[in-house]
Design a protein around this ligand. Structure first.
Ligand code: NYM
Ligand code: MG
Length: 212
């Protein structure tokens, strides 16, 4: 009975292209939730600290080359290796604020046009489904004006525009699309309000498997 009454944390995911402000919003949200007395932790994918994550980091920094399907599977494996810890935290009542998830996996690989979207989704089928997906959307023109991309793989305007198209094709009505050209504070206020509601509404619901 006690088990049944325990409240779980919410799985809250931020998605979008590079340089749209996901990391800033994740940080702000975790801080605000903690300040309000709720348990919250941040997590980002790729998690570059694991053995698989180090391979991914070397790929992103262009130190190594990997075949497109192969790197795709490593990104998925890098999520799966975190699942036991994620489930444990969620069950213990800690909300997880996640910077990128399986949707990035699909969008970035699909943008290369070497694998179909269905193939891209397959390795992530069954991951914990997020309670909220915030999609930070910025037009390629605005993104280009905003700041210089870094030197990592994928950080080119043309590729980012294709990634944005892939995200737009994938998103459904459950996603909270946010105009990322707005101010950090105004986005944060909206994100916090939606997150507090999601934490409340999902605390007694099961976590369903993604894309099943
Ligand atoms: N990326 C991220 C992928 O290509 N597939 C994935 O599954 C994930 C999680 O990694 N350009 C790409 C998107 C980014 C890069 O992420 C590094 P970040 O959030 O910029 O550190
Ligand atoms: Mg980046």
């Amino acid at each position: 009975e006690l088990e049944k009454m325990a409240r779980r944390g919410a799985l809250i995911v931020f998605e979008g292209c590079d340089r749209v402000g996901k990391s800033t919003q994740c940080q702000r949200l975790v801080e605000a939730l903690k300040t309000s007395g709720r348990q919250a932790e941040s997590l980002s994918f790729p998690n570059r600290d694991t053995a698989i994550g180090k391979l991914i980091n070397n790929y992103l920094n262009k130190k190594i080359e990997l075949e497109n399907h192969s790197i795709h599977l490593l990104f998925a494996a890098n999520r799966w290796e975190m699942v036991p810890q994620m489930e444990k935290l969620l069950k213990s009542g800690t909300s997880l604020i996640v910077d990128r998830y399986a949707f990035s996996g699909v969008a970035y690989t699909a943008a290369k046009k070497t694998a179909e979207v269905d193939w891209c989704k397959w390795p992530d089928i069954g991951l914990p489904t997020p309670d909220v997906v915030f999609y930070l959307s910025l037009s390629p023109e605005a993104a280009q004006q905003r700041s210089m991309y870094g030197n990592e793989r994928y950080e080119k305007a043309e590729f980012q525009a294709e990634v944005e198209r892939q995200f737009q094709a994938m998103k459904d009505e459950s996603w909270e699309t946010i105009d990322a050209s707005r101010s950090v504070d105004s986005i944060h206020r909206e994100v916090l309000e939606t997150s507090l509601r999601a934490i409340e509404e999902n605390s007694h619901k099961d976590i369903l498997p993604l894309w099943k």
